[in-house]
Write a protein that binds this ligand. Structure first.
Ligand code: C5P
Length: 240
């Protein structure tokens, strides 16, 4: 982390980590599931801290675990109680940003192996003038649109589809306007850029990273463990 980055504008990252993560099982919130012996959230925050352009990190934690998470992450990370839904957690974290933050990234705790270089690439694209930036990858699978009974309605051409990762980056005022416009009636959007798109703000894409995949199911955790085991000791945060 740096106090002020090369572009002279301060960048913050908001990490919504207050979900229960039931699809993964294990009886602990997903963000606290261990990976290589340390909670996923610790890996994610370590990657954010290693990014050159990031100067503030705010984490929304499960309300009963704020003190525990705060101790895990150390004094440089602000930890707040999350809300009932992800949007509430992000909205609360936005209120806790330092006044001089100009760029805000939102990052899933469930992407513990995200490379710091991807974090910097997103921040740099926003600092370079894009109001909203998301990292994306081409799809390996064909995607079908189905009705409520699972019958196929249509097959969008795969070449025009992208899988979306985090961190997603925004000019602060753009993200705040998107969240302010959603008070009360919350639409079924599954990412922050989705809220921004509703304002008519253009969203740019940059290439994502394979390692920034989201840990959702038990098999993802096995894959993440295998990747982590192949990392050099210093990079993985293990102390040998
Ligand atoms: O459940 P899902 O994978 O969509 O959650 C996405 C992210 O939002 C997770 O990192 C989760 O911890 C976070 N979240 C939150 N507050 C909630 C619900 C989810 O911060 N109330």
């Amino acid at each position: 982390m740096t106090a002020v980055n090369e572009a002279g504008a301060r960048v913050a990252v908001v990490v919504p980590a207050a979900g229960r993560g039931e699809r993964l099982g294990g009886g602990v919130p997903k963000a606290l599931r261990p990976l290589g012996g340390r909670p996923m959230l610790v890996h994610a925050v370590q990657a954010l801290s290693a990014a050159e352009l990031v100067s503030q990190i705010v984490v929304a934690a499960p309300p009963t675990l704020v003190e525990v998470v705060s101790r895990l992450l150390g004094p440089d990370v602000r930890v707040l109680p999350g809300g009932a839904e992800r949007v509430d957690s992000v909205r609360g974290a936005l209120r806790a940003l330092d006044d001089d933050i100009r760029v805000v990234l939102v990052h899933d705790a469930a992407r513990p192996l995200t490379p710091p270089s991807l974090v910097d690439a997103v921040a740099r694209a926003v600092l370079g003038g894009h109001p909203a930036v998301i990292p994306v990858l081409p799809l390996a699978d064909t995607v079908k649109e189905v009705d409520a009974d699972g019958r196929v309605l249509r097959t969008p051409p795969r070449g025009g589809l992208r899988a979306v990762q985090t961190p997603q980056g925004f000019r602060r005022e753009v993200l705040e306007a998107a969240y302010a416009s959603q008070d009360g009636d919350l639409p079924a959007v599954t990412d922050d850029a989705g809220l921004v798109e509703r304002l008519g703000v253009p969203v740019a894409t940059i290439p994502g990273a394979d390692e920034a995949f989201k840990v959702t199911r038990a098999a993802d955790l096995l894959f993440a463990e295998a990747l982590l085991a192949r990392r050099p000791l210093a990079e993985s945060g293990r102390s040998s």
